[in-house]
Design a protein around this ligand. Structure first.
Ligand code: DSN
Length: 415
């Protein structure tokens, strides 16, 4: 693998091979990560990367765009089919640029947006004070209900009535339950707000029919394409026809320059994969695996946030185990298990050393792991968290992890 890189850029090659080894031998539980197919990898590394193509299919600024038009048209039609959407823009470079392009398309400086609080599972780009967007617009944040784990729709309604936002934003990156889009729509309609759903984490589960589809109830959808959708690192905006022109103009020329057509070709490949029956089976198993992990973690006394999972991820407060999220993450890394520290709702600790960990099943399910493996993984997690300073034990678990991983090859990697 990678013979040309080896010849021309040996330092890059060494790091690359170490990454191949890390991905092959370790258990990847970061819920926003996944492994793309060999075909998606090929499209990413293809000659489409050489081409400039500002504009849209059939009306590009440069010449020689007939082939990029073909792949972009394919990506668009497949995206629309996956979600039942009127319009798709597949040019956003990633999730944050997709969200920003929507804000620029629909908001004036000083307009208000109601979205989900970061510590309750929301996302930085939903107006967290550290982001540039928070300086342009006024963001208000609803939370979740501790007793039920559900989004606090009553609080959402109060905020909408009080602040009359231009956009009511739903979507999350660390919340493990589904969303009642009909209810969100009816709340937005009380003041005429536009409804935007950021489905970056759960897009694949929605496309496969495993979670509620927001398309009939919302105006705009944003997503990344590299999480559960199992495509290349990138973003996408879907919307009702009414908003199509504003969104397209906002992405280009409003916000971005030349689209990355190698990524768009890879999106076209991935979306075709996502339309296949095998992908639906995959999405089902992602949820089954998450549910099995929840069951096993609960048996071992872990404090699962939001009353459990209805998707691919779990947020766990590890305080009752006598460790912080950061300590758990570092120890698990040493044992070959990768996940991330994460804030829990209204976390009393800091974002850099929070109380929780977040884990998910998209990547390990792509490797073919099922309920039996989930059981073993939870056993290892528990042993690590109860022995974070026992280097010998962590090294021993790493060996066992590597042994199990050998039976589950990563797509696109030849060892
Ligand atoms: N960084 C992504 C995640 O891990 O959820 C979201 O942008």
């Amino acid at each position: 693998m990678y013979e040309n890189i080896q010849k021309e850029a040996p330092e890059v090659y060494k790091a690359l091979m170490r990454e191949v080894e890390r991905q092959s031998k370790g258990i990847e539980l970061i819920p926003s990560e996944n492994y793309v197919s060999a075909a998606v990898l090929e499209a990413l590394g293809s000659v489409f990367t050489n081409k400039y193509s500002e504009g849209y299919s059939g009306r590009r600024y440069y010449g020689g765009c007939e082939n990029v038009d073909t792949v972009e048209d394919l990506a668009i039609s497949r995206a629309k089919e996956l979600f039942g959407a009127d319009h798709a823009n597949v040019q956003p470079l990633s999730g944050a640029p997709a969200n920003i392009a929507v804000y620029f398309a629909l908001l004036e400086k000083g307009d208000s947006v109601v979205g989900m609080d970061l510590s309750h599972g929301g996302h930085l780009t939903h107006g967290h004070p550290v982001t540039a967007m928070a300086h342009l617009y006024n963001f208000y944040r609803y939370k979740t209900v501790k007793e039920t784990g559900e989004i606090d729709y009553d609080e959402m309604e109060k905020m909408v009535l009080e602040h009359k936002p231009k956009i009511l934003l739903v979507g999350y990156s660390a919340y493990s339950r589904d969303i009642d889009y009909e209810r969100v729509r009816s709340i937005a309609d009380k003041t005429g707000a536009i409804v935007m759903a950021d489905i970056a984490h759960i897009a694949g589960l929605i496309a496969a029919g495993e979670m509620n589809n927001p398309t009939p109830h919302v105006d705009i959808i944003t997503t990344t394409t590299h999480k559960t959708l199992r495509g290349p690192r990138g973003g996408m905006i879907l919307c009702k026809e009414k908003y199509a022109q504003a969104i397209d103009k906002s992405v280009f020329p409003g916000f971005q320059g030349g689209p990355h057509e190698n990524n768009i070709a890879a999106k076209a490949v991935a979306f075709l994969e996502d339309l296949q029956p095998e992908y639906k089976e995959y999405a089902k198993q992602v949820k089954k695996n998450a549910k099995k992990m929840e069951e096993k973690l609960k048996e071992k006394g872990y404090d699962i946030m939001f009353k459990g999972t209805e998707n691919h991820l779990l947020l766990i407060d590890v305080t009752n185990k006598g460790v912080t999220g950061k300590e758990a993450q570092i120890a698990l890394d040493k044992a070959g298990i990768t996940l991330n520290k994460n804030m829990i709702p209204d976390d009393p600790r800091s974002p850099m050393d929070p109380s929780g960990i977040r884990l998910g099943t998209p990547a390990i399910t792509t490797r073919g792991m099922k309920e039996g493996e989930m059981q073993r993984i939870v056993d290892w997690i528990d042993q690590v968290i109860n022995n974070i300073d026992n280097e010998e034990l962590l090294a021993g678990i790493k060996k066992e992890v590597e042994e199990m991983c050998l039976s589950f090859p990563v797509p696109g990697i030849k060892m």
